[in-house]
Design a binder for this molecule. Sequence first.
Ligand code: GDP
Ligand code: ZN
Length: 460
Amino acid sequence: MYCEDTIAAISTPVGEGAISIVRLSGPEAIQAADRLFAGKRTLSEVPSHTMHYGRIVDPGTGRTIEEAMVSVMKKPKTFTREDVVEINCHGGLTSVNRVLELVLDQNVRLAEPGEFTKRAFLNGRIDLSQAEAVMDLIRAKTDQAMDVAIGQVEGTLSRLIHQLRQQLLDILAAVEVNIDYPEYDDAEVVTGRLLRDRSIAVRKQVDHVLSTARQGKILREGLSTAIIGRPNVGKSSLLNHLIHENRAIVTDVPGTTRDIIEDYVNIHGIPLKLIDTAGIRETEDTVEKIGVERSRTALKKADLVLLLINYHEELTEGDRQLFTLIGETPAIIILNKTDLSGGVSIDAVEKLAAGRQIVRISLLNEQGIPELEESIASLFFKNGVTQNEEAYVSNTRHIALLKKARSAISDAIEAADQGLPVDMAQIDIKRTWDILGEIVGDTVSDSLINELFSKFCLGK
Ligand code: GDP
Ligand code: ZN
């Protein structure tokens, strides 16, 4: 075990009504908490994984700071694999901070950001991909995104990576055997074929995980969405409607802090980040040109475009320009104001839409919105956001490494195809094994570990 000292931090959102937890981890966690705790029993005597009601008392003055429920969890069956104490305070910010201050007087150090998770990793409780998933969990913007993160914390991705690495070792072992015992004249040929076939099988699995990357990234990071259209077409109305009906839910995960998500809306589990929302609240007298200029800026960052067209009016030059501006970005064409009489030429819109979905809505009468949401979701998730056992890969670092691994195993396959000596391919396979190891943290440098963990919030 590498950690000598005991650390503590506040580990839930602080705010009115919320329960805040002061979490301690390390060899002196229980003794330290005990010195502050006045209850029926002393904490060092209670069984592991039990909760106790009592008061937190300042040992200096004898004054009660807080009533608290205190959980005692003895190693090794804890998140950090160290002794862990959680002091659940229900008081406000001041009393939680006061409890933390008292804890820090007991030879306990304030945890660095992510240090609890880092200890869990260093003590072998979780691997690196799981540790990173803890961070995703904290930042998850929708329940579905949270499910993906939870799956990864529980090890869906790690298991897959471990399986792939095992398969690579098996290939290397098989090759080794064939090289050492060339019983047939064509041992080299047979070995080359075996290596090639098995490497192709590995690459297929890597491809499959990579195929989930786009959706995984969308769930994790959200879709930057630009609402564009001529002035007065209903952009602000749509924005307000989406925000009021679908604000991303912030759910508490026990024992973690969730950032408060302000500017995401949840569309069937997909977090949409609405771009430049201030920019599209333009005034009535905005000239058409400005609408286009702003759209241009918003479009640069967009993963998704919602282009609004006025159903009631004829298409204008401005409308046509916006169609051109969209380019290759995924887009949905929205005909708004269907409560009014039709003025737009549907034929012309269909031509300009060039196969993109066209949805009719009336924001005034709140019609067509579910269909619009359905269209958005189906654009990125053909069968909805599934919650199967699938390991969505969502982390940029993991995706980059998987691509690198794909290229390394492809080198091995190519070497085998060209009939090069098997030891050439062996090197590539070993390299693939190393690269995959970086995902789970078997083959990463200390500096990378420090960098990754320093990105965490405090108290994880
Ligand atoms: P923006 O300039 O594109 O942001 O458009 P706004 O959202 O500010 O809407 C411009 C005007 O159109 C406002 O007076 C809205 O009330 C009105 N409006 C928005 N949606 C509809 C709709 O579906 N039907 C009708 N009749 N009016 C609408
Ligand atoms: Zn509504």
